[in-house]
Structures are given as C-alpha cells and as structure tokens.
Design a protein around this ligand. Sequence first.
Ligand code: AHG
Ligand code: MN
Ligand code: MN
Length: 321
Amino acid sequence: MQDKPNSLPTNLIPQALVPVMLSICDTARDVADVIARGALGQALGQEVGAMNSDGDGQKALDVLTDEMFADALTRAGVRFYASEERDDVVTLNPEGPLAVAMDPLDGSSNIDVNVSIGSIFSIFEAAEDGEASVLRPASEQLAGGYVIYGPQTALVVTFGDGTQYYILDPKTGVFTLVTDRMEIPPQASEFAINASNSRHWHAPVSSYIDDCLAGTEGPHGRDFNMRWVGSLVAETHRIITRGGLFLYPADDRPGYETGRLRMVYECAPIAFLVEQAGGKATDGAHPLMQHQAGRLHARVPLVFGSTQKVERVAEYHQRLG
Ligand code: AHG
Ligand code: MN
Ligand code: MN
C-alpha cells in the first residue's frame, strides 16, 4: 500500500487517544476501499457459516473488518478489545492503557445492496480486566464514534467536548474536519422505526407511533415522515444532521425483551455522541448515559434524536408504561 499521510488531523484529539484514533481511521480508510470494490472483490455479504454470540449469522465483511481493526488496535498498543463478532473481550497488549469496544461492521444486511454501512467504536480507560473495562456506565467513555461508509466516508466522534464531524477527502486520503460542534435540531417531523414489528410493540411505543401517524388530526398536530434504513449508523448520521427520532424498542418477540441493539458497542457510543450534539438518548424512559451493560452482548432498548421528541416518548412511558 503506497505510503499514505496520517488519516486524521490530531489537533482536536486528546493526546492520549491520538494513536488509537489514527489506528481506527487508518483502518477505516482501508475498509472503505474494500467496500467500494464490492463484488469486484471477495463476496463481502456472504454468510461464513458461523454465528456471533448474539445469534447473528456472520458475513465475510463482519469477520474481515473485525480482524482488520483487531490487528490495527494491537499495533496501537490497546490493551482490551471487545467486539460484536467475538464471544469475549480479548487482551491485545497486557500493558496498554485503553480498552476499545467495536461493532466493526454495522448494518450487515445492507452489505450487498450498496446501502450505507459503518463501524462503531467506544473507548474506555483500561480497568483491571477486559469485562470491567467495558461493563460500566456509558458516561465513563473517553470517546464514542462511528465511521459511515456511504456516498461519503465520514467520521463522527466525541471526546466529551462536542461532536466532531470529518469527511474522508478522496483526493488526499485524509479525514478532513467539517465541524467540531455538530448540533441536532431540537424538533423534527421524521421518525425511524421498523414498523413491521408494530404488532409486537408495548403500549407506550404503539400509542406514540399511532399519534405520529394521526398527523395534523392527532395530538402532535403535525404530519410526520418515516425512514428505516437497517443500518444504525445511517439512521444516526441522518438524525444528527437534520434532526429526527430513532426507536428500536423492546417488543414481545422472543429474544427482543430488551430490543435488538447492543449496549456496549452500539447504544453507548451513539448515545454519547448524540447527547454531545445536543440531542437525547434513552431506553425509552430513562437516560442511557447512566446505563451499564451486565454482560458484553447485552441488549438495551434505544430511543435517541431531537430532544423534544425523545422527551415526548419518555412521557408516553411514564403515562402508559
Ligand atoms: P449489525 O449489522 O451490526 O448486526 O447491526 C444491525 C442493527 C442496526 O444497524 C439496525 O438499526 C438494526 O440492526 C436493524 O434491525 P432490523 O433488521 O430488526 O430492522
Ligand atoms: Mn450493529
Ligand atoms: Mn455488526
């Protein structure tokens, strides 16, 4: 691979996180190259015949990206690596200072159909062991972010002082700053939920969505639009850019008692960067930043987006929960 410049300017990165952020962005740049070739390369969306711990069939790109990030984070001196694609937290460097939790490839069902997918990451200070490092309140994260592989490859990340947005400039190969302070509009008329599950929802969510569908004749007094991409990073990027509301609630399907999305490597980093952009993230009723997972692949219901919308959903939970 020809000698490439650093993939990310480091002036807005806390000093202690520069090596790990460069490692994530260098690797994401290579992942973007693999994705851009699609079927011209290996069959990225092909099931590899194995399942991850959460029971999802693993696709070739899930496994490939997991290995790419694990190798890079090893070289970056990270101590613990937690991944959607691995049963347990693994030790990369016993003396390293940091723990990284990743969904190395989010939106796997979209790999073969050229829809935006992504990589999600959460960075903690390393604790006495791998699990103790990541099974802690989301508020203890040092960083939360994602790379989205879409019409643009982009990085959205927070270190606790605003949410930064970079676009990978194809000409230079560098993630170039767009803004260091993204702001989610406080109001919106767009919600994202997988409506095919509506018969399984609990009362607060059913009632809230029914009221949205009632439009100007309903209690919200406005018409709504709906989106559902099937890639959490694509929904997040739309909402953090133009506002909106995302819901993956608990429902009464077996295994979905606490929704579908995993706290450690999906919900916690997304909650962190959304709240740092002025939005809100809850489990429907309670703030997610105070929540901590009991085990690595634990799921939690996820509602996030424009503050007024998230607060409204919490009111429905208080009233009907
Ligand atoms: P992953 O591909 O990492 O398993 O994540 C997929 C997640 C998330 O990206 C998306 O919002 C959600 O699954 C879609 O779930 P449904 O297929 O149940 O709609
Ligand atoms: Mn995911
Ligand atoms: Mn995944």
